[in-house]
Design a protein around this ligand. Structure first.
Ligand SMILES: Cc1cc2nc3c(=O)[nH]c(=O)nc-3n(C[C@H](O)[C@H](O)[C@H](O)COP(=O)(O)OP(=O)(O)OC[C@H]3O[C@@H](n4cnc5c(N)ncnc54)[C@H](O)[C@@H]3O)c2cc1C
Ligand SMILES: *[C@@H]1O[C@H](CO)[C@@H](O)[C@H](O)[C@H]1NC(C)=O
Ligand SMILES: *[C@@H]1O[C@H](CO)[C@@H](O)[C@H](O)[C@H]1NC(C)=O
Ligand code: SF4
Ligand code: SF4
Length: 548
């Protein structure tokens, strides 16, 4: 079946194209009126079985509007011309009532709200809001059920995983979520894009999805030219636009904001969308997926943790991490226990995590949403991409292998459509035994992190650089690697956030007070049970303190 607009259909008919042809209105909600229209056309085109009257050559007037069939008469071309004129008339008569665009359908569905007023500065989730953009759209009416930081919040992941992937998370999926494959991945060296965080897997898949016409648009995070690190989410329609969006913009990003365009004229033709985003954004998106009026939604995400609150916070962090924070265009905590800072002049700095300048200045950098987040691996995507599960290979991050978790058939399809530019490895390559277990190292890592969260990090003379370098080397050699390094990172963030919530942030959640456990997805509770003793000691240490 081919979907064509009415005038084109007429031309096709005259040339006797041998296919079932259907009138097409590209907007999903128009399907009902399309069906009526097509039934009408077919009845006109086919006409009634030759009746006694027709055999006598009598002509009956075509009836207006109703569905009674028209008599067969004249040549096929004449009949088609007549039928088309008839249908066009019929259509325009009904247009006001039946040509329902996505916007009208939405206006009637009763779930529409007014985006937050311009003078409002408090978001529904208050301090814990991750500024995901949802409340700046008319979807706000559903915020109580969609927001990852309201009500049951991330505890809803358990149910949503079932809905999205068709089954719940199994025991062996505790850390990386529902999966239909976990593999090393990179963009083939000759196919790598200019702007990218790592080898550009995310950008490349997005481009292939557009090239293969699997989607009409990609919602991704661009930036302005003068501020390459500040996020500006867009609905990209072309490969050229997507190519401009490579690279991490390391701060909270209002990724759901462009969804509002779906109900405006310039977004109404989007029926298949690829959404790129991080866990808290994807959870809100999945909660309203059915109301978006999309034919297909693909979700491609990255791992995410410890996002800076805003540009000021990011700047404060970069001052601690870099000699020349002004020229930084990207950074990442790498598996070699160093922060790699990329600069606009092509330079790379590799700063051992033990030699941050005045780390106490970094209190208040990480957003409070990220201190109450339990979705590091972005459990509700179709495909998640990250780096932390890959053993350290040396070199630059833009040349370093990544890994991906395929969660369902849509995720498989994204990989299939992009296979010409991707190099995939085997899961076994990511299994490396470290010398010290992650359980042994965790307490040492958690204390400075919690001191930072609670504003208790004391100024201390930094160790000499050679010592900091040595420590990074030793930790990289001794510590967990590959998938176990990733698990250690997840343990660290989960445990730290459990302490932050229990001690302080839980009571700052908006609305009715909930028990901690009622706001936690199962995997967070399971991880806590592995470290119950440590968790309780930490609670004692920080009780009464406030997250800064
Ligand atoms: C805040 C943040 C923290 C992260 N922390 C980790 C981590 O701890 N461990 C780990 O394994 N991986 C982490 N990642 C993922 C990792 O850094 C890379 O994003 C991932 O490996 C993809 O690299 P790439 O070269 O394929 O991406 P690219 O091809 O360069 O594409 C990057 C994509 O990310 C999107 N994006 C950029 N900034 C944001 C933002 N602020 N919010 C939402 N989407 C954005 C853009 O739309 C773009 O499409 C993090 C990502 C983010 C955004
Ligand atoms: C969202 O709305 C609030 C209130 O109107 C406004 O202050 C904020 O800047 C908006 N955010 C975005 C990303 O548009
Ligand atoms: C840390 O903060 C102090 C006080 O605001 C400031 O003087 C100093 O320059 C900061 N240090 C760094 C490395 O940013
Ligand atoms: S996190 Fe998103 S959905 Fe929740 S209050 Fe903030 S903007 Fe609204
Ligand atoms: S760490 Fe969690 S809350 Fe923070 S931006 Fe990432 S997904 Fe959202």
């Amino acid at each position: 079946m081919v979907l064509v607009p009415v005038p084109a259909l007429f031309i096709l008919r005259l040339f006797q194209v041998n296919e079932t042809i259907t009138f097409g209105c590209p907007v999903l909600e128009c399907r009902k009126s399309n069906d009526a229209l097509n039934a009408r056309f077919q009845s006109i085109e086919a006409g009634p079985p030759p009746s006694a009257a027709a055999k006598r050559g009598a002509r009956s007037k075509p009836t207006k509007g109703g569905a009674e069939p028209v008599q067969r008469s004249g040549t096929r071309a004449q009949r088609l011309l007549k039928a088309s004129v008839e249908v066009t008339k019929w259509r325009s008569e009904r247009a006001p009532a039946e040509h329902i665009g996505r916007a009208q359908a939405r206006a009637r569905c009763g779930k529409k709200g007014k985006p937050m007023p311009v003078d409002q500065s408090v978001y529904p989730a208050k301090e814990l809001c991750s500024r995901c953009g949802f409340c700046n759209t008319s979807l706000i009416a559903q915020v109580q059920d969609a927001c990852a930081f309201l009500g049951a919040g991330m505890a809803r992941i358990d149910q949503l995983e079932h809905t999205v992937h068709g089954r719940p998370r199994q025991e062996e999926e505790l850390y990386f979520g529902v999966q239909d494959g976990l593999r090393p991945i990179q963009v083939a060296p000759e196919a790598r894009t200019g702007r990218r965080a790592w080898t550009g897997v995310v950008t490349s898949i997005a481009c292939e999805m557009l090239r293969s016409k699997a989607v009409d648009a990609v919602l991704c995070v661009s930036s302005t030219v003068d501020k390459p690190l500040e996020p500006k989410p867009i609905l990209a329609r072309s490969v050229e636009e997507v190519l401009q969006t490579g690279g991490v913009k390391p701060m909270l990003s209002p990724n759901l904001l462009p969804l509002e365009e779906l109900w405006q004229v310039r977004g109404e033709d989007i029926q298949r969308l690829l959404f790129i985003g991080v866990g808290c954004q994807v959870q809100a998106l999945r909660s309203v997926e059915a109301d978006l009026g999309l034919k297909e939604l693909y979700v491609l995400g990255t791992n995410c943790v410890d996002n800076p609150r805003n540009a000021e916070a990011l700047h404060r962090f970069l001052q601690s991490a870099s000699e020349t924070p002004e020229t930084a265009t990207g950074f990442e905590f790498m598996q070699d226990n160093r922060i790699h800072v990329k600069h606009s002049d092509g330079r790379y700095e590799r700063i051992p995590v033990f030699s941050l300048k005045e780390p106490q200045n970094c209190t208040g950098v990480i957003a409070k949403s990220c201190y109450s987040c339990f979705d590091y691996v972005n459990a509700l995507t179709d495909l998640t991409v990250g780096y932390m599960g890959v053993p350290w290979q040396g070199g630059r991050m833009t040349e370093h292998q990544q890994y991906c978790v395929v969660r369902n058939e849509r995720g498989q399809k994204m990989l299939r459509l992009s296979q010409s530019v991707l190099e995939l490895g085997q899961a076994e390559e990511l299994q490396v035994d470290g010398r010290l277990s992650r359980q042994q190292l965790l307490p040492e890592v958690l204390r400075p992190e919690l001191d930072l969260a609670f504003g208790q990090r004391k100024p201390r003379p930094e160790p000499p650089r050679w010592l900091a370098e040595l420590l990074s080397e030793v930790f990289t050699w001794l510590g967990p690697q590959g998938l176990d390094f990733a698990r250690a990172s997840i343990d660290r963030a989960t445990l730290r956030n459990l302490v932050c919530l229990e001690v302080d942030l839980l009571k700052k959640r908006a609305g009715q007070q909930m028990e901690l456990d009622a706001t936690l997805p199962k995997h967070a509770k399971k991880i806590r049970s592995q470290y119950q003793e440590l968790f309780e000691t930490l609670l004692e240490t920080y009780r009464g303190k406030q997250v800064q």
